[in-house]
Design a protein. Structure first.
Length: 198
């Protein structure tokens, strides 16, 4: 009985879920930086970065005749391209940007879980991400899946739920445009979202 009371008092500490969530974020970041520094690049990642840099710096024009092959949605190239234009070209720039985006994804998941359940569920969600190396890898490499994940999470955070403020619903709906322009296979999201909204 004493042990149960002690555990109950410990769990009821108001700052504990936030502290454990921050610890999960730190664990996530340690693993993400390790992946960013040690994993070799592969074809898709390199092409997103290289073509994006060519487009952002004006050395190539998207969809131009006899230009580089624009074989994916345009923002999947332009987003990493402009990040490299602003912060310097290279694999590390692209990967560090993706880590920053993954922090936005984690924040969005935490906000949504806390709103729909409680702070402990939000903490559990952070740790579910931090303990999944495959998930961290997808969100660390400079590929479009990480960008799409961040956009999807914030669309859900802004729109899903009763009596959402109009400005949040409009912003969430507007985010479907860059979502589809980053990965064309997300084209099913806007119709479903608009039906949900109305």
């Amino acid at each position: 009985q004493n042990v149960r009371d002690t555990v109950r008092r410990f769990i009821s500490l108001p700052w504990l879920p936030a502290f454990l969530s921050l610890a999960g974020v730190v664990a996530y970041l340690i693993r993400a930086f390790e992946i960013a520094r040690t994993r070799t690049s592969f074809l898709d990642e390199g092409l997103y970065l290289y073509k994006g840099y060519l487009f952002a710096t004006g050395q190539q024009i998207p969809f131009a005749d006899f230009g580089v092959w624009t074989n994916h949605a345009i923002l999947s190239f332009l987003i990493p391209g402009y990040i490299q234009k602003w912060f310097g070209p290279g694999l590390e720039t692209g990967r560090y940007f993706m880590i920053a985006l993954s922090m936005l994804t984690l924040l969005g998941l935490w906000v949504f879980a806390k709103r729909w359940a409680n702070a402990w569920w939000a903490t559990g969600l952070v740790w579910a991400m931090a303990l999944n190396p495959a998930e961290i890898k997808v969100h660390t490499l400079a590929i479009s899946e990480g960008t799409v994940a961040a956009l999807l999470v914030w669309i859900v955070v802004l729109v899903v739920g009763e009596k959402r403020p109009l400005w949040q619903v409009l912003l969430g709906a507007a985010l479907t445009a860059p979502l589809v322009l980053t990965r064309e296979n997300m084209a099913f999201v806007p119709p479903i979202l608009f039906v949900y909204i109305f």
